[in-house]
Every structure is written in structure tokens, then in C-alpha cells.
Design a protein around this ligand. Structure first.
Ligand SMILES: Nc1ncnc2c1ncn2[C@@H]1O[C@H](COP(=O)(O)OP(=O)(O)O)[C@@H](O)[C@H]1O
Ligand SMILES: [Mg+2]
Length: 260
């Protein structure tokens, strides 16, 4: 912008006003974006955001004050890149997981597809609340009914599929498994602890983590877990070996709980 002669003050005034307005608009936009924090875990902050005008999820691994600054940055970078890689590999293998749009290396943020749906934890909790009426769920956008057993069956299939590609989720809790509105399909999220080139042991432990988490979060769901194992067994390429290993991991876990 040019400042000419006696009108200079007017131009300076307009210029300053524009800059102030721009600052206010930017602050409000950032505030609005960050305001929609959906979730804050131990490692990351997850909020609704936008990328190229498209609604998305931003998962930002924040820094931990108690860690050495250099180590902190290194860890956050490693985990962010790791999660984005496992997510991308899942998608490439045809496993339903959010698409990665962009990884911001400066803030350790993954911008990914927003899954319109609910976590299985929320679905099952809601079903429990409504259990006096029926044992099924009805989504707002989709009239298809899914029982808890249907969902358990789908979880077993998805877990077997990811294991068939030699990957493990690492933290398969019902908060990390979503039920997508549009088609009632299971979508896995939160691959921060996931790994590639997984062994039979890793896969058995993945099943054990799910069992422990499920029984702790949803009491009296032994029958649902049995259904997960059943459909897992039907879909898995190495079911016999993995389920055999799972039984020994489980027995070891029980022993540890009994004798400390
Ligand atoms: N891609 C996504 N689409 C919709 N909701 C998501 C998505 N990713 C995460 N969420 C929501 O945010 C919560 C926390 O995300 P998650 O990746 O599990 O973070 P954390 O590592 O802190 O557990 C999830 O339980 C889910 O409710
Ligand atoms: Mg999670």
C-alpha cells in the first residue's frame, strides 16, 4: 500500500485498521478451530479442524514438560511419523482406517479423515442405557440395526484382517474402534502403538489387550469377546497358532493376577 502526501494519515489509519481486523479474524478462526477439542489423552490432543476446506481431525502430540526438550521433540516426531505410517499401510492393505491428509512436522500434528460415527465404547454404553427397550442400536443417519453381537463379529474380522497383513493395532480398546455412520462398518483409529512385521506373539498379545480392556470397560461382556474370537478364528490365516498362543498369554496373565 502506498502512502501519498497529505492523505498519508488516512492510509496509515486504513492500513492499521485492516491489520487489526485481520489479527482479530485470525485469532477467532484459530480459537474456533481449537475450541472444538474432541479429546485430550495422555499424549495427544485431538480436535476437529479443516484442511483445504474439508472437515478433518487434527491429532497433535503435545510436549511434556518433564521430558528433556530434545528428547521430547524426538519422541513426538517418531511417534507421529510412526502412527501416520501404520495408518497409511492399513489403507494400502484395504483395512478401514482414517486417510492421512497431512503431517505437520513442526507441531507433530496428523491431519486425517474425520470418521463420522461413534466409538464402539459409546455405542455399547448407549445400548446398555437403552437395554430395557432392546439390545440393538439404531444410528441417527442410518436405520440399519446392529446388535452388540454383530459389532463383536465385525471387530473379530477387522482384527484378523490387520493381523493377516502382519500388523498389530497395539491398543485395541473399544475407544479406538469406531462404527462409521454411513455403512455401519468398523474403522480402526489410534495406531500410536501399532506395529508392522508383527509376530504370532504380538498378535496374541493384541487379542489379550482387547480382552482385558473390554472386560474392564464393559463388565459381563465375556460372550461378546467369545464372538470376537469366533469371527477372528474364521477370518485369520493363522488362527490355530495365534489362538493357541493367545490361550497361553491369557493363562500367564491369570497366573500373574493370582500370585502377583
Ligand atoms: N479420525 C477420527 N475421526 C473421528 N473421531 C476421531 C478420529 N480420531 C480420533 N477421534 C476421536 O478422538 C478420540 C481420541 O483419539 P485417539 O486417536 O484415540 O487419541 P489418544 O491417542 O489420545 O487415545 C477417539 O476416541 C475418537 O473419539
Ligand atoms: Mg485412543
Amino acid at each position: 500500500m502506498y502512502i501519498i502526501g497529505g492523505d498519508g494519515y488516512i492510509y496509515i489509519y486504513i492500513y492499521t485498521t485492516n491489520v487489526v481486523l485481520l489479527l482479530i479474524v485470525t485469532t477467532i478462526t484459530i480459537y474456533k478451530m481449537k475450541r472444538k477439542i474432541a479429546f485430550q489423552g495422555a499424549e495427544a490432543r485431538v480436535y476437529e479442524s479443516k484442511i483445504l476446506g474439508k472437515k478433518c481431525i487434527a491429532k497433535e502430540r503435545f510436549s511434556k514438560q518433564y521430558r528433556h526438550a530434545i528428547l521430547d521433540t524426538q519422541l513426538r516426531k517418531q511417534r507421529t511419523v510412526h502412527e501416520a505410517r501404520v495408518l497409511a499401510r492399513c489403507r494400502a492393505s484395504g483395512i478401514l482406517a482414517p486417510a492421512v491428509y497431512f503431517v505437520d512436522d513442526s507441531t507433530q500434528t496428523i491431519y486425517m479423515e474425520f470418521i463420522e460415527g461413534k466409538t464402539v465404547k459409546d455405542v455399547w454404553d448407549e445400548q446398555n442405557l437403552k437395554s430395557s427397550n432392546s439390545n440393538s442400536s439404531c444410528d441417527n443417519n442410518n436405520n440399519m440395526m446392529l446388535t452388540k453381537i454383530n459389532i463383536a463379529e465385525k471387530i473379530g474380522i477387522v482384527l484378523a484382517k490387520i493381523h493377516n497383513h502382519d500388523m498389530v493395532h497395539g491398543d485395541p480398546t473399544t475407544s479406538n474402534i469406531m462404527l462409521r455412520n454411513q455403512d455401519n462398518e468398523i474403522v480402526l483409529i489410534d495406531f500410536g502403538l501399532g506395529s508392522q512385521n508383527a509376530s504370532i506373539d504380538d498378535k496374541a498379545v493384541d487379542l489379550y489387550v482387547l480382552e482385558r480392556a473390554m472386560l474392564a470397560t464393559h463388565p459381563n461382556t465375556e460372550d461378546l469377546f467369545k464372538q470376537i474370537l469366533k469371527s477372528y478364528g474364521e477370518e485369520s490365516k493363522k488362527a490355530k497358532m495365534i489362538l493357541g498362543k493367545f490361550e497361553s498369554v491369557r493363562a500367564r496373565g491369570r497366573k500373574r493376577m493370582a500370585f502377583g
